[in-house]
Design a protein around this ligand. Structure first.
Ligand code: PBG
Length: 333
């Protein structure tokens, strides 16, 4: 059968029919709102490259969390800006670290709001790398290699301290080999066998993280992350990364960034049965904000289309700086 018997437009002729045959529906339960918690008092500073996203100190955090809960968003993802940084990122795993303190507070205020802790060292190391580094000088320039296996111990300590503080989900984003296994064993040994791991399984070395590195003050002081984050040109490697994490005990798999990697999301979704997380990263947020502020695009329509596209590509969960906006728009419907 073909035209004129077949007419695709029959199912598009009214809002009622379009709603009825819609395949992909965004829901507030899909959303995770990232929060940047900073050391200090009275901090409520907008991040210049991410309009609408703020640094909060612990004493200014409550209204933000109130709003997230009121909108029905089920989870937040915490990033920390510590008072001090050192070569091993000690404040990442300090009992009174900024993420640990924020987690305790939020769980006190809202026991049912899920706190996801990003487990990485880059916000806490003075060199800005995601693990310990071995540094050396060559031709008058600083260089460094990340020390994979020794860094795992620090990441385990970080994850355990986050779980102790009450984190509901551990989200390791450091891309060291073996990080999921190390953290799973570490959590289990510490009695946190019920705490799931949301693994940043497929994380590309991406220019889309630019604004985040301003927000988290985590830009590498030398070199880049290309020896541990993935080459954007590679798709088969994503399967190997995801498979390792599944075998090592990951409970959820993430693909990051989102927009330029929709094909990777679909592949991972088709190959693995774990819930799939898309991270709609800082650069993706900032591009939309910048164009919207110029009046060049319709922000609300663009954001809904992007997030729906991520779901259509297979994402079950979407981490996005637009979570509050999206939740508000979903309520309006
Ligand atoms: C930590 C981490 C990064 C992001 C999330 N966790 C930065 C990076 O790898 O440089 C990026 C998030 C974003 O851009 O929104 N490793």
């Amino acid at each position: 059968m073909s035209f004129p018997l077949v007419r695709h437009r029959r199912l598009r002729q009214s809002v009622g029919i379009r709603n009825m045959v819609r395949e992909t529906v965004l829901h507030v339960n899909d959303l995770v709102q990232p929060i940047f918690v900073a050391y200090g008092e009275g901090v409520h500073n907008e991040i210049s490259s991410m309009p609408g996203v703020y640094h909060f100190s612990l004493d200014t955090l409550k209204p933000e969390v109130d709003e997230i809960v009121a909108l029905g968003i089920p989870a937040v993802l915490l990033f920390g800006i510590p008072e001090t940084k050192d070569s091993i990122g000690s404040s990442a795993f300090a009992e009174d670290g900024i993420v640990q303190e924020a987690t305790r507070l939020i769980k006190q205020w809202y026991p049912d709001l899920l706190v996801i802790a990003d487990t990485c060292l880059c916000e806490f190391t003075d060199h800005g790398h995601c693990g310990m580094v071995h540094t050396f000088e060559r031709d008058g320039q600083m260089h460094g290699d990340v020390i994979n296996d020794a860094s795992l111990e620090l990441l385990v300590q970080t994850a355990v301290s986050q779980a102790k503080a009450g984190a509901d989900i551990i989200a390791p984003s450091n891309m060291m080999d073996g990080f999921v296994q190390a953290i799973r064993i570490g959590l289990d040994d510490a009695g946190f066998e019920h705490v799931p791991i949301m693994s940043y399984a497929v994380k590309y070395a991406s220019a889309f993280y630019g604004p985040f590195r301003e927000a988290a003050d985590s830009a590498p002081q030398f070199g880049d992350r290309k020896t541990y984050q993935m080459d954007p040109a590679n798709a088969r490697e994503a399967l190997r990364e995801a498979e390792s994490d599944v075998l090592e005990g990951a409970d959820m798999l993430m693909v990051k960034p989102a927009l330029a990697y929709m094909d990777i999301m679909r592949t991972i979704k088709d190959q693995f049965d774990l819930p799939l997380v898309a991270y709609n990263v800082s650069g993706e947020y900032s591009m939309v904000k910048a164009a919207a502020m110029q009046g060049w695009i319709n922000e609300k329509a663009i954001v809904q289309e992007m997030l729906t596209g991520m779901k259509r590509a297979g994402a079950d969960i979407i981490i996005t700086y637009f979570a509050k906006d999206a939740a508000r728009w979903l309520q309006e419907r």
